[in-house]
Design a protein around this ligand. Structure first.
Ligand SMILES: [Cu+2]
Length: 116
């Protein structure tokens, strides 16, 4: 259960920075909140977009009865540097995680129970 987070500067029309605005095709509009569904030990998406530099909310909809999931955020796919680690919740339930502001860039999210 591994996915990527694109933190993009919101407000549209932000100046193209040194990183270049290569845009993610098919990526949704970045917002201040997003919902991720966990079902059958899998997330319903492998890529989410969040607004950069502001506090955001990720809602986890855990539909797996009796199974614990959460969302943790890391700077790279080796999951060595943790930026956020949400509380584990046992499904079926939903939980809102308040995510601290993330600088624009790419991050990785996982369920720590089901990292692989
Ligand atoms: Cu899990």
């Amino acid at each position: 259960m591994l996915g990527t987070i694109n933190a993009v500067e919101g407000g549209g029309g932000g100046g193209g920075g040194a990183t270049g605005a290569t845009g993610t095709t098919g990526g949704g509009e970045a917002g201040s909140s997003v919902t991720v569904v966990a079902e059958n030990i899998a997330f319903d998406t492998s890529s989410i977009s969040l607004a950069a530099d502001v506090e955001t909310t990720i809602t986890l909809d855990n539909r797996d009865a009796g199974i614990q999931h959460n969302i943790a955020i890391y700077t790279d796919s080796s999951l060595s540097e943790e930026l956020f680690n949400g509380e584990l919740v046992t499904g079926p339930t939903t939980v809102d995680y308040t995510i601290p502001p993330l600088p624009a860039g790419e991050y990785y999210f996982v369920c720590i129970v089901h990292r692989t």
